[in-house]
Ligand binder design. Structure first.
Ligand code: BV8
Length: 237
């Protein structure tokens, strides 16, 4: 297999699916009869903060019941053993990449294990529930804490860093994402426009952006990623 230098891996909910974390498309994108797009928004939080806090409290609590799967571990192994740069950009808000051994994971949509104070702006690591009655540990305000999550209509985090890594990469791999949500869904088109990188989609089924990828491997990420990583680090020679 060709030796690549700078690899960018974009992951979505499908990389955590085999760990038992529900994807957005599961159950037709519904949570307790709510459309996720209707809960994961600033408007929903303004309208019914307790519902939105509960949505994230339940998902934060679920983190303790799930484990990284072979896809997370393979991606971490690539980052550890590849002699070039491996950038992991995830749309996921779980901590499974880190628990699978990955480092410096770029969480463009935020993290379940963080809350942010809307008064003083401080971001706090957070394990348990967060409610409207929880005081900000820094400024003492309440209600003040919201999930440090990027909702629909909000600007994703770390975009400048992400685009600089996309411009510098010679391999872009998308793992476990339906390619429906922007700007993440537009990353492959950006890489193709620059005409410097090879592009691979690893997904259970063809994504909405499948036509942008030069190479596609369709099936479970937990099954496909270990073999792809072996090829990339030269273990299959
Ligand atoms: C922005 C955190 C601009 C929340 C998420 C109208 C109004 C408002 C906005 C818009 C609009 N029209 C378009 C937009 C933009 C909008 C958007 O794209 N909407 C979509 C619905 C059309 N985007 C935004 O709002 C973004 N911000 O545009 O800001 C801006 C500009 C200037 C100033 C201010 C703002 C912000 C989007 C981020 C929203 N937050 N997550 C939370 O988690 O609760 S999005 C969330 O859904 C995920 O993070 C992810 O990004 C997205 C989709 O999820 P996927 O990861 O792809 O998962 P999905 O379930 O869809 O697919 C899973 C895939 O895995 C499937 O293909 C499946 O086949 C596969 N799979 C399953 N099992 C496996 C597998 N693959 C491999 N192995 C398996 N075992």
């Amino acid at each position: 297999m060709v030796r690549y230098q700078n690899i960018v891996i974009l992951t979505g909910a499908g990389v955590s699916a085999e760990s038992g974390v529900r994807t957005f498309r599961d159950n037709d994108g519904l949570w307790e009869e709510h459309r996720v797009e209707d809960v994961a928004t600033p408007e929903a939080f303004a309208r019914d903060p307790n519902l939105v806090q509960r949505f994230y409290n339940l998902r934060r609590a679920q983190l303790g019941t799930v484990e990284p799967n072979p896809a997370h571990r393979a991606i971490a192994r690539l980052q550890a053993e590849h002699d070039g740069m491996v950038t992991i950009v995830t749309q996921n808000v779980d901590d499974l990449h880190e628990r699978g051994g990955a480092r410096e994971v770029i969480h463009m949509h935020g993290e379940l294990k963080q809350v942010r104070c809307v008064h003083c702006g401080m971001v706090h690591a957070w394990q348990g529930d967060c409610t409207q009655g929880t005081e900000c540990p820094s400024c003492g305000a309440k209600p003040a804490l919201r999930p440090n999550i990027v909702w629909f209509g909000e600007m994703p985090f770390h975009m400048d860093l992400i685009y600089s890594r996309l411009r510098a990469c010679d391999l872009f791999i998308s793992v476990g994402t339906s390619g429906n949500v922007y700007p993440a869904a537009g990353f492959v088109a950006e890489v193709r426009r620059l005409e410097v990188a090879h592009t691979i989609e690893v997904n259970l089924e063809p994504s909405a952006g499948v036509s942008y990828f030069e190479e596609c491997r369709h099936g479970p990420a937990g099954t496909l990623m270990p073999g792809l990583v072996d090829e990339l680090i030269g273990k299959d020679d």
